[in-house]
Design a binder for this molecule. Structure first.
Ligand SMILES: [Zn+2]
Length: 284
């Protein structure tokens, strides 16, 4: 495989991304149960993210000088504007993550446009600019979604799983300037360590996984991306990785990654811009 070029001869790129979902995911999940709107204990797990976890994570990112990307549902931005202002002021990027973390695949085009515009206005009201990146909330987007995002001026998405490098999204069989920066489940803290008694998270309830093993997995994943010169996109959640014990797992991972001088830690927008200018469209 051809060696990928990264800025300043870096060997690989790493993105630390945090989905600041707050209670939106719990509220929508609880709807599947009778009286689910009364499950306030589970929603409080989500609220830990913007109330507590995010500050722990911001402190760690500052300590290790790592710029990150936070994908935030519009409703959470609206509820916690001071958190959004602080994330932005500390040099991190705010990305679009729906309004209430809604699924896009069963929405009409009109509904999708409304959701996208509604959150863009909220980000703009708080930090003076809309998001240029998008991460699809709760599973898949619809066939129209990437077309809409591209038309509506988004620079990139970080939603798919099918590669370990960024790529140009193909729309109508043509490579576009809309960049996908994929992530993978093995780089997601939710998969390994999120937990709730009821409603069950994970379904079947067979963990929390041992933190030593989880840290070892994350380090080995990074080592693989480093070895092959790829783009490693960690996908974490302040409600998960911002807790006292798990934040130390994150800290050890930050130490491991930042010990390398030739690793490019970047925000999504920077990675997408780099890819767009470094790898021009294929000539047809
Ligand atoms: Zn999310």
């Amino acid at each position: 495989m051809e060696q990928i070029l990264w800025p300043n001869q870096a060997k690989c790129a790493v993105m630390f991304t945090f989905d600041l979902d707050g209670d939106t995911t719990w509220i929508s999940g609880n709807r599947d149960y009778a009286n689910g709107d009364k499950f306030i204990r589970s929603t409080s797990i989500g609220q830990y993210g913007p109330n507590r976890g995010v500050y722990t994570i911001l402190n760690l990112l500052a300590k290790y000088h790592v710029p990150a990307t936070f994908f935030v549902p519009g409703k959470i931005a609206e509820t916690y504007p001071e958190v959004i202002r602080q994330i932005d002021a500390e040099g991190h990027e705010i990305g679009h993550h729906g309004y209430t973390h809604e699924r896009f695949f069963d929405k009409t085009v009109k509904e999708q446009i409304e959701i996208i515009e509604k959150s863009q206005k909220i980000y703009t009201d708080i930090i003076g600019k809309p998001a240029s990146g998008f991460r699809t909330p709760s599973g898949d987007w619809s066939v129209e979604t990437p077309y809409l995002l591209h038309q509506m001026g988004f620079s990139y998405s970080s939603s798919m799983r099918g590669d370990d490098r960024p790529y140009r999204t193909i729309l109508n069989e043509v490579e576009t300037d809309f960049i996908e920066v994929p992530t993978r489940w093995e780089l997601d803290d939710y998969v390994a360590t999120a937990y709730n008694m009821f409603p069950a998270e994970p379904v079947g309830q067979d963990r929390i996984a041992g933190y030593k093993g989880v840290l070892d997995n994350f380090k080995r994943e990074f080592d693989g991306y480093y070895r092959f010169g790829l783009c490693c996109v960690f996908m974490m959640h302040p409600q998960v990785s911002g807790t006292p014990g798990r934040s130390q797992l994150l800290e050890k991972l930050l130490q491991h990654v930042t010990a390398y001088q030739d690793v490019w830690c970047a925000r999504g927008e920077e990675v997408a811009n780099w890819w767009r200018t470094t790898y021009p469209k294929e000539k047809v």
